[in-house]
Design a protein around this ligand. Structure first.
Ligand code: AHR
Length: 524
């Protein structure tokens, strides 16, 4: 309870979300939307995805090769592209993760048969063919309509190598690297809107001290120049993101923010990352399916600490950046569970249940409450790895409950946060005290108000009244159990259904089923 109370206080401080916990479960909740006090824009980039060279996330999940019997466009599977287009993925972070700090871009360009085959030392020790390189990634991003978020190799690469990679991607035709790109099939420069300066360099990215990382990061920020004329200045310019939050320590965030405050003209950054996985304790052990109340409660409680972490990181950044010019990029988040029995543990393959959909909604609601600081987030990872949108097996594909939540939340992309006042209720579950209900609201660019509601209670429904509104209609995601999953044999066991409220004297009232996420459009 302490954590949740703190989280709510912190949220109230940043975005005026006023949820007052009561000391019992409640049969009814009132969610009052303060449409007259709009907050910041919920940047569409918080709905970003992460696709690392890991297990079957890329090979099999995205890339099947041009000669595959699986329908594809230039080697990229068409079923996956169609599904991802429907959730309007704003950006994809690539090539890692830990893989990024061992990635050398030249290994992934040119004729496929000449590319270097290496060992993916971080993830299962399997051969990495480099068949999916820069051109294939950019093609994939274009096919799904997403922006590239490219992470450069600080751990084992050089600043020159990173600088030349950005030049290769973004320079016009008058440089040798631009001509090489054209000879490899892409004469026009690409846009690189987001650039990651390393990844977890306190761990797999080279085990650097915070001070050492800052010196390296400054050189990489200085020399990674984007030459695309369309990205010269303004909002379109490339944003550089440095590494922050180290699990339980804030020394990276502190050192990076301090250096930025006094930065000289030759380098700059736009944000600092934060990585937080829902594990319920390390090493990851919570099962992906077939779990009980205790595991469910542990994963909800752990997820809610995201709010505390963002609040702590923000507080450190506030010391050096009170105007909040730097963003937080939560560029790795999601449930990291026990591997699917029988799978290669290095492939981080796991099932995805209704519980994961609920966790996704709770996390996104937290990002929305911190919309003044959190402007990028990337769920780990897009396909077949950790809390995936999509699972594939050969030519088969299944959409996960998390995918459905991302599709339901599309109206919140670039919508304006609206404060909500509600009593969360108190749910006692397996010795843990959890909020029973969560709520978030925003107004889209067309002026339409949307509300997201989460009923954490695995057993009981609740009724939610929205005062001042006469209609509420949208979709609800629920299933017979919190551990219900979609499988290749039963792909629609967990899928959204229509939901609508009933108008009454007090406003519009929605009967929210147990264990549910709902997104509704409201009007008066
Ligand atoms: O997402 C899996 C791994 O988790 C990433 O490669 C790394 O950055 C993090 O530790």
């Amino acid at each position: 309870m302490k954590t949740f109370k703190n989280a709510l206080l912190a949220a109230a401080a940043t975005c005026a979300v006023l949820a007052s916990p009561v000391l019992a479960k409640q049969a009814a909740t009132t969610v009052a939307i303060d449409a007259a006090q709009p907050g910041p824009v919920i940047d569409r980039n918080v709905f970003g995805q992460f696709a690392e060279h890991l297990g079957t996330g890329i090979y099999g999940g995205v890339w099947v090769g041009k000669d595959s019997p699986i329908p594809n466009v230039r080697g990229i599977r068409s079923d996956v592209v169609a599904a991802l287009k429907a959730i309007k993925v704003p950006n994809v972070r690539w090539p890692g993760g830990c893989f990024a700090d061992e990635y050398h871009w030249r290994d992934g360009i040119g004729p496929a048969e000449k590319r270097r085959v290496q060992i993916n030392s971080n993830w299962g020790g399997v051969p990495e063919s480099n068949a999916f390189g820069t051109h294939e990634f950019m093609d994939f991003a274009e096919q799904i309509g997403a922006d590239p978020y490219v992470s450069v190799n600080i751990g084992s690469g050089t600043a020159a190598e990173a600088a030349q990679w950005i030049e290769y991607m973004t320079a016009e035709k008058d440089t040798t690297l631009a001509q090489e790109r054209a000879a490899n099939g892409h004469p026009a420069p690409w846009k690189v809107p987001l650039l990651g300066l390393g990844n977890e360099n306190w761990g797999c990215g080279g085990a650097m001290s915070a001070g050492h990382y800052v010196e390296e990061m400054k050189r990489f920020a200085n020399f990674t120049r984007n030459y695309n004329p369309a990205q010269r200045d303004g909002e379109a310019r490339m944003k550089r993101l440095a590494v922050g939050w180290d699990s339980d320590k804030l020394d990276y965030t502190e050192e990076v923010a301090k250096a930025w405050k006094d930065h000289v003209y030759s380098w700059d950054i736009d944000g600092i990352s934060l990585h937080k996985y829902t594990t319920g304790g390390w090493p990851p052990h919570l099962p992906g399916s077939g779990f009980g109340t205790e595991d469910y409660a542990a994963s909800i409680a752990d997820t809610l600490t995201m709010d505390t972490l963002i609040t702590k990181q923000s507080a450190v950044m506030d010391k050096y950046d009170p105007a909040k010019k730097l963003m937080i990029a939560v560029d790795e988040w999601g449930a990291w569970l026990a591997p699917t029995p029988g799978s290669n543990p290095g492939f981080l393959q796991q099932q995805n249940s209704l519980r994961d959909g609920i966790l996704a909604a709770l996390n996104i609601n937290i990002f929305a409450r911190h919309a003044d600081r959190v402007k990028v987030a990337n769920i780990a990872q897009m396909i077949n790895v950790l809390q995936a949108m999509i699972l594939t097996d050969g030519g088969k594909m299944v959409l996960t409950p998390t995918y459905h939540v991302f599709r339901m939340y599309v109206p919140f992309q670039d919508a304006t946060f609206l404060p909500v006042r509600f009593t969360a209720g108190e749910l006692m579950l397996a010795g843990k005290t959890l909020p029973q209900v969560d709520a978030m609201a925003a107004r889209d660019k067309a002026g339409q108000v949307w509300v997201a509601l989460v009923n954490v209670d695995p057993d009981a429904g609740t009724s939610v009244t929205l005062p001042g509104y006469r209609s509420a209609a949208g979709e609800v995601l629920t299933a017979p159990r919190v551990d219900s999953i979609n499988t290749f044999a039963a792909p629609d066991a967990v899928k959204p259904a229509p939901i609508a409220g009933k108008a009454g004297g007090a406003g519009v009232t929605i009967a929210l089923p147990p264990r549910a996420v709902a997104v509704v459009k409201v009007s008066n």
